[in-house]
Structure formats: C-alpha cells, structure tokens
Design a protein around this ligand. Sequence first.
Ligand SMILES: [Fe+2]
Ligand SMILES: [Fe+2]
Length: 414
Amino acid sequence: MPGLTTMLVAVLPWASSPVPPMKLCSGKRTASAMPLAAKKRSASSANHQGRGRALTAATATAPASCHDDDQRPRLQTLELLRFLEEDGWVEDQMLSLLTPVDEAWQPADLLPTFAVAAEEQRAQVAELQARAAGVPDELLVCLVGNMITEEGLPTYMTMGNRIGPAEGVTDATGRDGHGWARWLRGWTAEENRHGDLLNRYLYLCGRVDMRQVERTVHHLLRRGMSMTEPSCPYHASIYGAFQERATFVSHAHTARRAALHGDACLAKLCGVIAGDEKRHEVAYTRVVARSFEADPDGVVRALAAVMRAKVTMPGERMTDGRDDSLFDHFSAVAQRAGVYTAADYGDMVEHFVRTWRVAGLQGLSGEGRRAQDYVCGLPRKIRRMEELAHDRAAQKEAQSVSISWVFDRPVRLH
Ligand SMILES: [Fe+2]
Ligand SMILES: [Fe+2]
C-alpha cells in the first residue's frame, strides 16, 4: 500500500488526492482470474441494478452519508461488503490475486545469502555496496521514504479492519474464514515483505543512517495516520485503488532510476515490490468497478468527493525528531527526482476515469452528472496546474535541505 499520492499535497497544495504506494506483475494470476470475472458478471450482472434498488429501499432511512446534499448512496458499508462477497466474488476476484506462499518471492531471495561460506557472504555484500555507491542521495531519500511508509503496515492493517465493524466483514477472531478477513491477512502478508526487503537493502548498502531511519519508523507508528474518515461505503475502495497505483508508480520509477545508476539489485527489488502493488491495485479497481455496476450515481459522487477532499497520506505524520517538515521534504525530493510527480497523479486520475468508464455513465442524478463532469475534467486541470507549478519552480533559486537519513548531507528540493 502506502502511497504517495499524498505527495501532491506538498507539490500542488490545491490537489486533493488519495493516499499512499509497482510490478513486473507476472500477469499469470490476473489473467487466470479474468475469465472468472467475466463468468461471474454474465451470471449476475443482470441482477445488480435490481438488487441495488432493493437495497435502496431497505436502507432509505439509514443514517448516512458521504455527501453534503440529500442524496444517499444505495448501499451502506456492510451491505456493500456483503453484496461484493455474494457468489464467492471476493474469493474469485480478489483472493485469486494473492500469490500462494510457495510461489511468492521472499526478501531473502533478493539479497545476499548467508547460507554460503563467510568469504562468499562478504563478496556478495561487497558487490551490493559497490552497486549502491552509484545511487544518488536523492534516490536514496525516495527509497527511505517509501520504506518508512511501508513499515507503517501495522497502522494500515488496523485501519483495514475498521471498515466494516460486523460479523462476516471484519476479522473478529484474527483467523476468520470469510473472504474479507482472508483478503486483509493475505494483503498484509504480502505488504509485510516490502518494508522488510527495503529495510534490509538499506541496512546492507551502508549509505544511510539506519538509526535515524529506524527512529522515523518508530515515530510514525506511534503517531499513527490521519485519514479522512470514510463517510461513504465507496470511499475506502476508491482510496485503496489510488493508493496502490500510486505506490506501483513510485516503486517502478525507483526501479528504473536505480537501473540507470547501475544498481541492478535495487532495480530488481523495487520491481518485484511494484509487481505486488499492481496486483493490489487490480483488486481494489475491481471492487470499485463492481460497485459502479450496483450504484453508478453513488459511486461517481463518492469518486468526486474523494478527489475533492484533502486526503492525508499514510506517511504524512513521519518525523525523525528533528525535521518537522520531513514528509514535505521527502515529497519535494520525489517530485524533483521523478519518482512520484504531479504529472503522475494526473495520469492516474485519467487512468481510473477511463478504466471505470466514468464518461459513459448513464441515468445519473443532477448531483451525479455534476460529479461526472468534475471528475472527467480533472486530468486536464491537474496537467494545467502542474505546468504552472513547474514554471514557478523553474524560476526559484535552487534550494537544498539536510536530511538525517543520509547523514545530514544536503539534498536538492528544487
Ligand atoms: Fe500494496
Ligand atoms: Fe507495499
């Protein structure tokens, strides 16, 4: 997860976007799941509208909601989650995206092994350090920021288990057998490898002040994350889709830049993490797509609300105990390094508008049409604002800041 959409708050203060987290997705599991998706849709999509109407009636008096008008989403959170799990949909469309443990990569696969003689161990570490020597500080700062965000996983798992406080939706026992509980634990298990892998690489490369990095993780976990309270059943999955894609983009860009600087090891490990994030993005994208089938008006209004809201990022509260603007500095470095930029955010909004076929939605309410127009016009607005921000940045004098993660060496902000 953990993502960087959040960075736009610093880069483009007006830009509201969802949170934090690329692959060389094998595509194998995704591909195998697609026929199931198609099959399931053909079997049940004809019922979605009717079911949506029935649920509307059933929940018409329920308190809600996500909007500041009198429109209500058709589905309340619990009904949405239960609706999505009907006919084994979560199993077919989400759990099938998780990699079985026996087939999954582990951090030990990608780092020096200690199952060899001492001399060979030293040679492998020396090779890793020699390659890492060519990685610029700005890329290291991006890597550390991404790693710290990944290490906030205990917070994110807790948040994930708060979305649907009811039997069959939360993992009440910690070993529940229903789909959502299995997804949350499976997703967490995959995410847990991301922080481990980046953390061990950074420790072995010898280029960063690990104590400062560890202090930042410690602070972040103690401080938690401030996230806009989801006020609509569709917010969490929309947020999740953006978050996972943002992380995918960020890790993939880091991989590409690491390769350009001659560190094939770093490129590979960022690439496999990106692959995980891509599969997670697919999962949440499917949830939103299925929600659109059931309640297009409610979901497009929720999408507009998420885009308009000031969304705080998972790592936004990070500090090393010295720099109160550490997250802003990390975001500015990532923008300048091209690891995650305002233009990436515009591309992402455009991607989801196209994927969810927002422009073609029919039968919307007045509020729904306004939300549709707003969302469809957003990529163009973001690009225009990004150009203006770029022009302003070009006129500024170069500015650097000392970052403790890299032993207080100065790193360019712009
Ligand atoms: Fe992820
Ligand atoms: Fe991750």
